[in-house]
Ligand binder design. Structure first.
Ligand code: IPE
Ligand code: IPE
Ligand code: MG
Length: 262
């Protein structure tokens, strides 16, 4: 079973997977603690976090990663103090204004996922411009998850599917009906998930898409994340045995038949 972009669903078939993850998804956590340790305001950590984003995008492009997805602002981050939210929005605007041309020059395609209706018009326009400018680039696809929540994503997919298929019978909805409506239908499911900052939780990130993703947690705070930390995550990934429900013996003997689900 393939998505509209031709990517395999991990629960319907065994997706292709090699030594370099095709899709890396990162929860960039720990900016506030990075700043606190230096007796700086939290905002200083967020600003340094943008530099870590630049370094990570560059390193992923150099490794030949196809898709990099960064969690920048969750649907629950509105609960933060209003001045911190406002500063994060300013940083987002600044990054969109300053980085899009650089991404474009480097052949990177920009995508933004999440509920954009809660952003002001200026941000919405910058996102649309950035996506339009870089739409035909064929290098790394950089996705920024902003006002994103995994539950929101599944619900918006369901609602859009039902709107287009109002007569669909109860009980007849299949995985492949829903996946074209998920906000990352253009990408394969993540091979590698990284969370910096020491917490071992998913915090409502890509709930559907992480079904068979390898998880890597590091204590490094996001502003300290760099090419070496990415290499360490890739090294850990290379050691994993991705079974997708099968046994080790089946992996050793490629001649054994594999039944696929769904
Ligand atoms: C991640 O860093 C950035 C966002 C959630 C926007 P945090 O701001 O969560 O940093 P900590 O977890 O408080 O250290
Ligand atoms: C997750 O980090 C969201 C982003 C990195 C954008 P949080 O710092 O918001 O997560 P929790 O609250 O510790 O789970
Ligand atoms: Mg945090």
């Amino acid at each position: 079973m393939k998505s509209p972009a031709g990517h395999a669903s991990s629960t319907a078939e065994i997706p292709p997977h090699g030594d370099v993850p095709r899709h890396v998804a990162i929860i960039m956590d720990g900016n506030g603690r990075w700043a606190k340790r230096r007796h700086l305001p939290r905002f200083a950590g967020h600003r340094r976090g943008v530099e870590a984003v630049r370094a990570t995008v560059k390193a992923c492009a150099e490794h030949g990663v196809g898709f990099l997805t960064l969690f920048a602002f969750s649907s629950e981050n509105w609960r933060r103090p209003p001045d911190e939210v406002a500063l994060l929005m300013q940083l987002f605007i600044g990054a969109l204004e300053n980085e899009v041309q650089k991404l474009h020059r480097n052949g990177i395609r920009l995508k933004v996922i999440g509920d954009q209706t809660r952003f002001d018009r200026k941000i919405q326009a910058l996102i649309a411009d950035g996506e339009r400018t870089t739409a035909s680039n064929t290098g790394l696809t950089l996705t920024i998850a902003a006002n994103y929540g995994g539950r929101w994503d599944i619900l918006q997919a369901f609602n859009r599917f039902l709107k287009e298929n109002p007569s669909k019978a109860e009980g007849a909805i299949r995985e492949s009906d829903l996946t074209p409506f998920l906000s990352m239908s253009y990408a394969p499911e993540p091979d590698l998930f990284i969370r910096t900052g020491g917490e071992q939780r998913v915090s409502n990130f890509l709930l559907w898409q992480l079904a068979y993703t390898e998880l890597h947690f590091t204590d490094a705070l996001w502003p300290d994340f760099n090419a070496a930390a990415l290499e360490a995550a890739f090294a850990s990934y290379r050691e994993r045995e991705r079974r997708f429900g099968r046994t080790s013996e089946q992996l050793d003997d490629a001649t054994l038949p594999v039944a696929t689900g769904a």
